[in-house]
Design a protein around this ligand. Structure first.
Ligand SMILES: C[S@@+](CC[C@H](N)C(=O)[O-])C[C@H]1O[C@@H](n2cnc3c(N)ncnc32)[C@H](O)[C@@H]1O
Length: 280
């Protein structure tokens, strides 16, 4: 039921989603910070699964850098659009597959297929049942080779309170506000689609006992979270922007910053001899 709601939402927002990460210097922070961590941990070459990759912003970027990409997403309209962008960017020979599917079931891929797996911008947040989120994380890890990095980013529960205060204060008195605040679950009845907003400790817990070592967590917007105007204004000053970006990268892994950032990233490495727990 929720998956259909999510798919309908993203079917209507394809171009917006394609532009989301480059819309303004503020939105580009998410992309640039994710790329910073990808550059830090990705192997020099290999096959990458872009799971929940939407219209393919990361698939195109990573294909340009020589990786062999597989793009998977729930929303066919995103994949259609991605196909065009991949062709326009001239990287179709590095995109091995574009497939419709859910991260909760990656059975079309064998165990240990990919040299890295990325699942960015919140596909995991769009799964409302905790059992299914656990299954999705197990699947993302299963298809990664031993020692391969796995990158997942989600939307934060603490940050969404600030979003409500600053952008939608009239919603604070509606019943769903308290439910989202107390459980992280938002059914997708107003504006945005169905979403689970994570607390940082909860996000970390989903990866525990699943055969990975957690390397880092980062707040992708970090101290700049929801400071849209200030970040956009700073972009006009080259030197200030450079020093602020340096400050951002120095602080974005601080636990206090991770939790209040709009998007949180976790970077894990699959163990060389994974011990997968049957529970949790
Ligand atoms: C905010 S977009 C992120 C797209 C891209 N990964 C990025 O970082 O820009 C969320 C995407 O997750 C996809 N999605 C939602 N639930 C999913 C699921 N269960 N399996 C695969 N993709 C899913 C949506 O179709 C949408 O394209």
């Amino acid at each position: 039921m929720y998956a259909e709601r999510v798919k309908n939402y993203y079917t209507g927002t394809v171009r917006k989603e394609w532009n989301r990460l480059i819309r303004s210097p503020y939105f580009k922070l998410e992309f640039d910070t994710t790329m910073h961590f990808l550059e830090k941990y990705l192997p020099k070459k290999g096959r990458i699964l872009d799971a929940g990759g939407g219209p393919g912003r990361y698939t195109v970027e990573l294909a340009k850098r020589g990786y062999r990409m597989t793009l998977l997403d729930l929303t066919p309209a995103n994949l259609e659009f991605a196909r065009r962008q991949i062709r326009l960017s001239g990287v179709q020979n590095r995109v091995e597959e574009i497939v419709e599917g859910s991260i909760t079931d990656l059975s079309r891929f064998e165990d240990e297929t990919f040299d890295a797996v990325i699942c960015t911008g919140g596909p995991l947040s769009h799964i409302l049942e905790s059992r299914k989120r656990n299954r999705a994380v197990r699947e993302l890890i299963r298809v990664a080779k031993r020692r391969a990095p796995v990158f997942v980013s989600v939307m934060s529960r603490l940050s969404v309170q600030i979003v409500e205060l600053t952008l939608f204060p009239f919603e604070i008195e509606l019943p769903f506000f308290k439910t989202a605040r107390d459980t992280g679950d938002y059914p997708g009845t107003y504006g945005f689609t169905a979403c689970h907003f994570f607390l940082p400790e909860e996000f970390q817990r989903v990866f525990q006992n699943k055969g990975v070592k957690i390397l880092e967590m980062a707040g992708l917007e970090g101290l700049s979270s929801r400071q849209t105007k200030a970040v956009n204004a700073l972009a006009r000053h080259k030197k200030r922007r450079r020093v602020w970006m340096e400050t951002h990268l120095l602080t974005c892994t601080h636990p206090a910053v991770v939790g209040m950032s709009e998007h949180m990233l976790i970077v894990c490495r699959k163990l060389s001899a994974p011990r997968i727990s049957l529970s949790g």
